[in-house]
Design a binder for this molecule. Structure first.
Ligand SMILES: Nc1ncnc2c1ncn2[C@@H]1O[C@H](COP(=O)(O)OP(=O)(O)OP(=O)(O)O)[C@@H](O)[C@H]1O
Ligand SMILES: [Mg+2]
Length: 384
């Protein structure tokens, strides 16, 4: 029971983590980690199946015998004149009702067994090949981090509306580009094109001049770090959450990352330090602390490319400052795509792209766009 509950919690967390797992090309590691627990559950499930099969067949026989005995008993009573012959059917149907109720409880057990089976398929989902075909594609050993969107069009399958409509965008290596625009403008969609979760319908997305649809995405993603809009932590220690997917991290490296992510004070204040359990979904930490752990997780990969969907939730100014510093440390010298909501992030970006009507409506530095007094200027007027 306990194992099953634990596993289902782990599976839930794992499912939530899937975007991060895949974006960081860690599918194999995750499956290996999970399979131990899955086997334990599978064994439990197998035993349960056996018991249930036994219970089911023996139960059926017992019920049948029970009814025969009842029939004999009522028959005996009828012969003795205690009840009328017609009442036998009545009593038989009572007995049948009782038997049905009991057996319906028994049939609940297969449902439980099915639950266990579905656990097994999670691994298959992660590794499923039809989502992505990397076989035989060019492997990227090195990534410089230059991106080109050339006339990219994109719409979601279940939606006719063109989210991206001939989008053109050039991002230099090492540059931070802030994507701004109204809700639903397509900012997250662009990030998913960068990760390779979305594929351009027409036009091209080029990384270092190579068409992203023609490269082995797993090799590219080794150089990529993703910081999602909501920080996704799993139950475990702070250390586990930071080093997720990175083995053999030296203590020195870890300390450097903790400092850069502005986590030193937090960790020093905890009795167990790095080995503090964060609780389910990191529930024992504040939103700002979770975000900084997310940033540390990105930093430790020492990526070439960063994809960051800034959280919209408001933070107090101290927390915001801590995150801002951590972000600056993260993005330095790396190509960064950031969906920016905070003014400070927008100001710190090298370039700003205003996304509207499925394309890049305005592009330039903060000063340039403010001077232009166009869409960006208006967006800022509304916000402040
Ligand atoms: N998985 C999906 N399936 C179908 N339509 C989608 C899907 N994801 C997004 N869309 C649609 O595509 C459009 C762009 O969505 P996107 O998430 O890129 O917007 P966004 O600019 O990131 O917005 P926000 O600032 O609110 O996060 C929206 O109209 C949205 O309804
Ligand atoms: Mg979004």
């Amino acid at each position: 029971r306990k194992e099953m509950e634990e596993t289902s919690a782990r599976v839930m967390e794992m499912v939530e983590l899937v975007p991060v797992t895949r974006a960081h090309a860690l599918e194999d590691e995750e499956v290996a980690k999970m399979s131990g627990q899955l086997f334990a559950v599978a064994e439990k499930g197998y035993k349960l199946d056996l018991i249930q099969a036994l219970f089911g067949s023996v139960g059926w026989a017992v019920f049948q015998i029970f009814q025969v005995i009842c029939l004999a008993f009522t028959g005996y009573l009828a012969i003795g004149g205690k009840i009328q012959a017609g009442d036998i059917t009545l009593y038989q149907s009572y007995f049948a009702t009782v038997v049905n109720q009991v057996s319906s409880i028994v049939t609940l057990l297969p449902t439980i067994a099915k639950g266990i089976e579905s656990v097994n398929s999670i691994g298959e989902v992660l590794l499923s090949e039809d989502i992505e075909d990397n076989e035989g594609k060019e492997k990227l050993e090195q990534v410089t981090g230059t991106f080109d969107f050339e006339d990219v069009c994109f719409h979601y399958k279940n939606n006719e509306h063109n989210v991206l409509n001939h989008l053109n965008l050039h991002v230099k290596s090492g540059e931070t580009i802030a994507l701004v625009g109204e809700s639903g403008a397509g900012k997250s969609t662009i990030l998913n094109l960068v990760i390779g979760f979305n594929q351009a319908e027409s036009g091209k997305v080029l990384i270092d001049g190579k068409d992203i649809s023609k490269i082995d995405l797993r090799t590219y993603r080794k150089h990529l770090a993703v910081v999602p809009q909501t920080s996704i932590l799993f139950s475990g220690t702070i250390r586990d959450n930071i080093t997720y997917g990175c083995e053999n991290v030296s203590e020195e490296e870890l300390q450097k990352v903790i400092k850069a992510a502005n986590l030193s004070n937090l960790i020093a204040s905890l009795p167990k330090g790095l080995d503090t359990m964060v609780g389910e979904h990191g529930g024992k930490l504040s939103g700002g602390q979770r975000q900084r752990i997310s940033i540390a997780r990105a930093l430790i990969r020492n990526p070439k490319v960063i994809v960051l969907d800034e959280a919209t939730s408001a933070l107090d100014s101290i927390s915001e400052k801590l995150i801002q510093q951590a972000l600056n440390n993260l993005t330095e010298g790396r190509t960064t795509f950031i969906v920016a909501h905070r003014l400070s992030t927008i100001r710190d970006a090298d370039r700003i792209a205003v996304i509207a009507d499925g394309r890049c409506a305005e592009y330039g530095t903060y000063e340039e766009l403010m001077a232009l007094q166009g869409e960006f200027y208006q967006l800022k007027q509304i916000q402040s």
